[in-house]
Design a protein around this ligand. Structure first.
Ligand SMILES: N[C@@H](CCC(=O)N[C@@H](CSC=O)C(=O)NCC(=O)O)C(=O)O
Length: 268
């Protein structure tokens, strides 16, 4: 008996294409099975690679779409130089009209926190599954020039929290991680408490089960450094005096982060 035909590749609608540093910024929309709504993502593809391109995922912070990073960070210069593709997803489901989803800027739309919500009301907020499972498959199915099994992840603020937690739960899937000003201990800060109590319920032990215990208890800059030393985990912790939380700060140090990831992505 003949083997069953593989399922068709997820349909992608290309929204834009702009040349930059010899490569292209591309923006796509597709129907997300994880989130139950259309999702957009941006992709920077460096110029015609000799071999398949490794993938560096960027997770943005509160209020962002997939476009903030692509427009403001200037990351494409270093990505083109190192031959690394950049993938930036949106930060939450949109257009579902869940009651209250846009009442505040730090919860709901634009604030997916890269977790899988367990509260029925927010059941579509499954950004963890979207980033870890669905998006890599969409890329694999649609871009033969990408080597999606060679991937790293980084992000900013809420996206820094997402990058760190996703990496620590999936060290087999990502070669390296970095974060700009991450929400490092969400269980103990107002942004995290608001998100977790609504997405995951008010039982704090449930939050810890959903979060990485190491992160929740130790990821306060200095403490995190000590913990990494104790665990023998390599860490470069850089404090940058005088910089704020904006993309001006990110743009200043983005080249360093991409060079860091390129070392791991290009080491075979
Ligand atoms: N609207 C808020 C500010 C929101 C903000 O600063 N968002 C950051 C991420 S914060 C943590 O996740 C961001 O990246 N914004 C997008 C941008 O392009 O700067 C306010 O009014 O204070």
């Amino acid at each position: 008996m003949a083997a069953a035909a593989p399922p068709p590749a997820a349909a992608l609608e290309q929204l834009s294409k702009t040349k930059m540093f010899g490569g292209h910024n591309l923006r796509f929309r597709h129907q997300s099975a994880s989130l139950g709504c259309p999702m957009t993502f941006s992709l920077f593809l460096p110029a015609s690679p000799a071999s398949k391109l490794p993938v560096l995922y960027w997770l943005s912070g509160l209020t962002c779409t997939d476009e903030n990073f692509i427009i403001k960070s200037g990351a494409q210069r270093a990505a083109a130089a190192h031959g690394v593709a950049l993938v930036a997803p949106d930060t939450s489901p949109r257009g579902l009209n869940v009651e209250g989803e846009a009442d505040s800027w730090d919860f709901g739309v634009g604030a997916g926190f890269y977790l899988n919500a367990t509260n029925e009301k927010w059941k579509n907020w499954r950004m963890y599954d979207y980033v870890v499972k669905e998006l890599p498959k969409v890329l694999t199915d649609n871009f033969e020039q990408l080597n999606t099994s060679c991937a790293s992840i980084f992000g900013h603020s809420m996206g820094g929290h997402g990058a760190l937690t996703i990496y620590l739960k999936n060290t087999d899937k990502y070669k390296s991680v970095s974060a700009f000003a991450p929400i490092a201990n969400p269980i103990n800060c107002p942004w995290g408490q608001k998100a977790f109590s609504n997405y995951l319920g008010t039982t704090k032990s449930e939050w810890e089960a959903k979060d990485d215990k190491f992160l929740a208890e130790q990821l306060l800059a200095g403490n995190f450094e000590e913990a990494c030393k104790a665990a023998g985990a390599p860490l470069i912790l850089r404090m940058q005096p005088g910089y704020d939380h904006s993309f001006f700060f990110i743009a200043t140090f983005i080249d360093d982060h991409i060079a860091h990831h390129a070392q791991f992505l290009k080491s075979g």
